[in-house]
Write a protein that binds this ligand. Structure first.
Ligand code: OXD
Ligand code: MN
Length: 593
């Protein structure tokens, strides 16, 4: 392969001098090369080929036991000034970080191969695409990147001799937790990741580039990179309206993005289409609307809990060309299993750690008995998703009618409310939060504030990020309306009141009706809530109009309690919290009385 980009060539040479691989292999994006790599990974045990009749093109991989999730404590934003990284991010001086990590990278690829992955976030050659090169010594990373992004020679061609690509260096080194670092240098377009092999830390196109670096670039260039799904609701007349939604990790973004309409809508011809399940890049279009595109090319979804009821579309998507990570290996069928897939755990099985697994010892309350790791994953091609939007390959993306924020709150947040305007909506995003559940270790009901679901992903100061939201609103003549949802309100016994899953469409339909001015609402201290009769409950068994009234009621006492927590968080964000956000907070306090 002839490499015309002189910046790419010299940077790869420089990184090779540092890491000293035995050989360098350029990834061209061809199936023949991918197949060769799969064969090598099978020979070393890095990947297990699954039953090709039941799961064609599917493989299983197990990470090291100490390397199963993103590591926020070891994720750094390295800006020249500490203040620019802000109080929420970990910061390291860029020179100190380069120096420290260079020592770890030095010679780390001896005896190994360095793979050079040219990849694109967005449609190759389009105005909105951004390009990166990831260097890695992991075949698993190469094969995942081939699914999650657009990879190969055509990317190098589209890059021309431009120096503005994102330079990502990943080395497995010794998978040493104590020396694990995920470092971002937004001023240098650079990402350095070492001592991990877990997806979120090593698939550098995803969280590192498409959120942390891209959010920094977006502020500089006047657009937004957000932790949002994108879905389209098609009406029986063929028209489609698009919604972007941000929820903290593990709150069901993939499920909502691939939602199956309940019978009451399906029978009338409504359809839901998935454009993306995790990341949205948002820009103002020439028509004055906000447009969203999904820069990814696949789904890196959480496996446990995915089943025929919660997300049949995701399940179907994973039936071919998928890499499963840290799930149960069913030895009799050479297939995979995870908690919450069905009620038939395999009798002859290997757990995510690679040990023999006895399902009879599985205790729901004790995570250590799980066969699949709770954060086990599937990496699946978007093209295999049965409800993939026809606009998925549209380089401009889709026009956004509504932005929806959400969290997991037992009492405070109602099922849905609408903000008064963009500025208030940005404030609603800034106070987003989720509560820990009984399912997770630790205390129940502990509130973690996760503004716009971006707490772990903003590549600069959180206060500046909020300012960017407010400033963007002024640049969108026909801005989307902003809402907040909570599928997780519980009754006094701790049971969820709202059925969730496909029935969440009933709430989306109210949201879209509001966007079109087709339905009234009730003004409250926190925003507009629905009149109970405007949420369609036809066909729901245990939900009455009284249930909806309860779900949209505002518990003033718990909101007042929440105010104290919000103020604490604002203080933590520090002195760059925009004046507009403080005004909104004061106004909310006043309205609550
Ligand atoms: C993810 C996350 O993996 O948000 O998407 O953690
Ligand atoms: Mn995510």
């Amino acid at each position: 392969m002839e490499i015309k980009n002189t910046y790419v060539r010299s940077w790869v040479e420089e990184m090779a001098l540092l890491t000293r691989p035995d050989q360098i292999v350029w990834i061209d994006g061809s199936e023949a090369q991918a197949e060769e790599l799969r064969k090598q990974a099978m020979a070393t045990g890095e990947m297990i080929k699954l039953n090709q009749e039941k799961l064609p093109g599917c493989y299983l991989h197990r990470t090291a036991v100490n390397d199963v999730a993103r590591v926020e404590g070891r994720t750094f934003i390295c800006t020249t000034n500490k203040e620019d990284a802000g109080n929420i991010n970990n910061w390291m001086d860029p020179y100190e970080c380069y120096y420290k990590l260079s020592k770890l990278y030095r010679g780390s690829m001896k005896g190994r191969t360095m793979y050079v992955i040219p990849y694109s976030m967005g449609i190759v050659g389009s105005d909105f695409a951004k390009y990166g090169i990831e260097l890695t010594d992991s075949i698993y990373v190469v094969l995942n990147m081939l699914i999650m992004t657009r990879v190969g020679t055509e990317v190098l061609e589209a890059m021309g001799n431009d120096a503005g690509f994102i330079k990502g260096l990943h080395a497995k080194a010794d998978i040493d937790e104590e020396n694990r670092y995920i470092c971002h240098f937004p001023q240098d377009n650079t990402i350095w990741s070492i001592n991990s092999g877990y997806g979120g830390n090593v698939l550098l196109g995803k969280k590192c580039f498409a959120l942390r670096i891209a959010s920094y670039l977006g502020r500089k260039e006047g657009w937004m990179a957000e932790h949002m799904l994108i879905l389209g609701v098609e009406y029986p007349n063929g028209e489609t309206k698009y919604i972007c939604a941000a929820f903290p990790s593990a709150c069901g973004k993939t499920n909502l993005a691939m939602l199956i309409p309940p019978a009451v809508y399906a029978q009338k011809g409504y359809k839901v289409w998935c454009v993306g399940d995790d990341i949205a890049w948002l820009r103002v279009g020439e028509d004055g609307r906000l447009w969203a595109m999904n820069p990814e090319n696949g789904f890196f979804g959480v496996a446990p809990g995915t089943n025929e009821k919660s997300n049949p579309n995701a399940l179907h998507t994973t039936m071919k060309d998928t890499i499963f990570t840290n799930v149960v290996h069913d030895l009799d069928n050479n297939t995979v299993w995870w908690e919450g897939l069905d009620n038939n755990p395999p009798a002859n099985a290997i757990d995510w750690k690679g040990n023999k697994w006895d399902y009879t010892k599985y205790d729901k309350k004790d995570k250590s008995t799980c066969g699949a790791h709770p954060n086990s994953r599937f990496t699946a091609k978007a093209a295999n998703c049965p409800c993939l939007s026809a606009e998925f390959e549209n380089a401009h993306g889709v026009p956004v009618s509504a932005i929806v924020f959400g969290g997991r709150r037992a009492k405070t947040a109602p099922l849905v409310y609408q903000s008064f305007n963009w500025q208030h909506g940005s404030f609603v995003g800034s106070i987003m939060a989720s509560e820990t559940t009984a399912a997770a270790a630790g205390a129940v009901g502990v509130v973690r504030r996760d503004p716009m679901a971006m707490r772990p992903f903003v590549g600069y100061d959180m206060g500046d990020y909020w300012q960017h939201w407010i400033d963007m609103g002024k640049k969108i003549p026909n801005a989307p309306k902003i809402f907040h949802v909570n599928w997780f309100r519980t009754d006094d016994e701790g049971h969820f009141i709202w059925p969730g899953f496909g029935d969440n469409m009933r709430v989306l339909m109210w949201i879209l009706a509001r966007c079109e001015g087709k339905v009234d609402a009730v003004e409250t201290a926190i925003g507009y809530v629905p009149k109970a009769e405007d949420i369609n409950i036809e066909g729901l068994e245990d939900v009455t109009l009284d249930t909806i009234r309860e779900l949209v009621s505002i518990d003033t006492a718990s909101w007042k309690e929440d105010l104290a927590n919000i103020k604490e968080f604002y203080a933590l964000v520090g002195d760059r919290v925009p004046a507009e956000m403080k005004e909104e907070l004061a106004a909310l306090e006043k309205r609550l009385g």
